[in-house]
Design a protein around this ligand. Structure first.
Ligand SMILES: N[C@@H](CCC(=O)N[C@@H](CS)C(=O)NCC(=O)O)C(=O)O
Length: 220
């Protein structure tokens, strides 16, 4: 009996067939020779029928005993822990694998998916506001119920999420008191304050070494 269960939708239109991200997890299990089974939830009610398992109403998500994960990247890294086929066991090989996994998601997919969305909806003149507003609404539900994202304690997940939300101009997308309180709480940590102050001091000191002050702005 397979321990790993991959959850996906019971049906999708023609367009996304072959691209639904459960494929990433099926593929990893196949590569690693890990037994798995696939179970489904209803496409028609997907926005609400599994929010307890995937807080953004999406797929895939995975069960492996007591481990329950959403985000295909997190699920892949979990599967990679089970098989050297997917991730080398030496420190350098493992670090490089982590690095390129995050790069695929956060440097390439971060740009390619919004590009795809804007391209697909060009005729409807859509922008990303609705999408971001919806994501922030899902997060607001989570922060209304919990102080931290994982394990009932501060983790690197809070560090990253708070920093992403801090840069993302939360306020421009409506009133989100729980999310704002979360960001304020996480960034009130002395370690954040020190890191922030040190960065400001470093760049301030560098001002003096530059031939002339050249204010510029660029994406983080
Ligand atoms: N970052 C998520 C993205 C998940 C995602 O975009 N899932 C799509 C299928 S590939 C989905 O559930 N779409 C249905 C919807 O958003 O309503 C992951 O990698 O797991």
């Amino acid at each position: 009996m397979a321990d790993v269960t991959i959850w996906t939708l019971d049906w999708v239109p023609e367009g996304p067939r072959g691209f639904v991200r459960d494929l990433r997890l099926r593929w990893a299990c196949e590569e690693a020779g890990l037994p798995y089974r696939v179970r489904t939830i209803a496409f028609d009610d997907r926005a609400t029928n599994h929010l307890d398992r995937q807080p953004f109403g999406q797929v895939p998500y995975l069960d492996d005993g007591e481990v329950k994960l959403f985000e295909s990247g997190a699920a892949l890294l979990h599967l990679a822990r089970k098989s050297e086929m997917l991730m080398p066991r030496d420190a350098v090989g493992e670090a490089q694998t982590l690095q390129w996994t995050i790069a695929a998601l956060n440097s390439i997919e971060m740009v390619s998916v919004p590009w795809w969305f804007l391209n697909m909806t060009k005729a409807e003149n859509k922008d990303l506001t609705g999408w971001l507003t919806q994501r922030l609404a899902h997060l607001e539900c989570i922060f209304s119920e919990q102080q931290f994202l994982a394990a009932d304690r501060f983790t690197v997940a809070d560090l990253l999420m708070a920093d992403v939300l801090r840069v993302g101009a939360l306020r421009k997308f409506g009133d989100r008191p729980a999310s704002e309180a979360y960001v304020a709480r996480i960034t009130a940590r002395p370690a954040f304050k020190k890191a922030h102050a040190d960065q400001l001091a470093q760049f301030k000191a560098a001002d003096a070494r530059r031939p002339s002050a050249q204010p510029s702005s660029s994406a983080p």
